[in-house]
Design a protein around this ligand. Sequence first.
Ligand code: SN0
Length: 320
Amino acid sequence: MKSFFHVQDIGNLDAALEEALEVKKNPFAWKHLGIDKTIILVFFNNSLRTRLSSQKAALNLGMNPIVLNVNGDSWKLETEMGVVMDGDKSEHLREAIPVIGSFCDIIGVRSFAGLTDREKDYGEEILRQFIDYSGRPVISLESATVHPCQAFADLITIEEHKERKRPKVVMTWAPHPRALPQAVPNSFAEWMNAADVDFVITHPEGYELDPRFVGDAEVEYDQMKALEGADFVYAKNWSCPGVSLPEEYGKVLSKDMGWTVDAKHMAVTNNAQFLHCLPVRRNMIVSDEVIDSPRSLVIPEAANRVVSAQVVMKRMLESL
Ligand code: SN0
């Protein structure tokens, strides 16, 4: 595997799921693969699960993880080409990336969407530079438009917890005080479209996700109607994707607390299990009652982040 970015990069999903369950059962069985290998995890943004699960996955495989917090403990990095570097940024990505590449065998990168320039974000400019200039396999640890390690962990969690063969999975927008990227819902949609589930997306009008990620999914603007009979409810906030009105890109169009997932929403589902990628704003995205209920899977879902990362790194080590 050369890069991990889209669902296609993992190949056959049944095979990937089978491998994930094997890795989960036997996390140290592939420790020989990573001996004398190094992964550098580059963070332009905050992280809890991604940082820790990536390090844990690397250690399980016998690899040496090194974490670099850009903006914290490295030089501030310039990401734009052709600029006069007379500001606070001391080094350009064009040099930093090949240097990082020369110190390791695999690279993971977290670089959130800036949410001001849609074209730049959807062109994945920072991730592309890592792919083009590092000479190493690159994993998106949430880049501008995708968060594949999360979506793969979500799929593993659904596979483990489904109570019927083809469950109904509903992804619902929920309110948040800040503008958040679309990476998580984009990847979740992409992966659910490829999986053996009935997938429905619900959000207020104006929050339409990019058609490349929505694919053939059903979009229902009536949240209650969408949730009827759901087996899994996946809540997530995202800012305006700017699909029909580019000038609204990255804006918060609604903070409608009527969309907060609470007991009244869960009551119309098929006793659904609740998913969220975390971090979650309690009583904005989801009520305490729902996230604290026995049908909430947020902790096992987060635990599966080690599993998804480990399958991806294992595949990369196998093809070095
Ligand atoms: C990120 C996002 O893409 O939505 C990371 C999720 C894995 N979430 C946030 O930045 C939440 C920050 C907040 O203030 O709640």
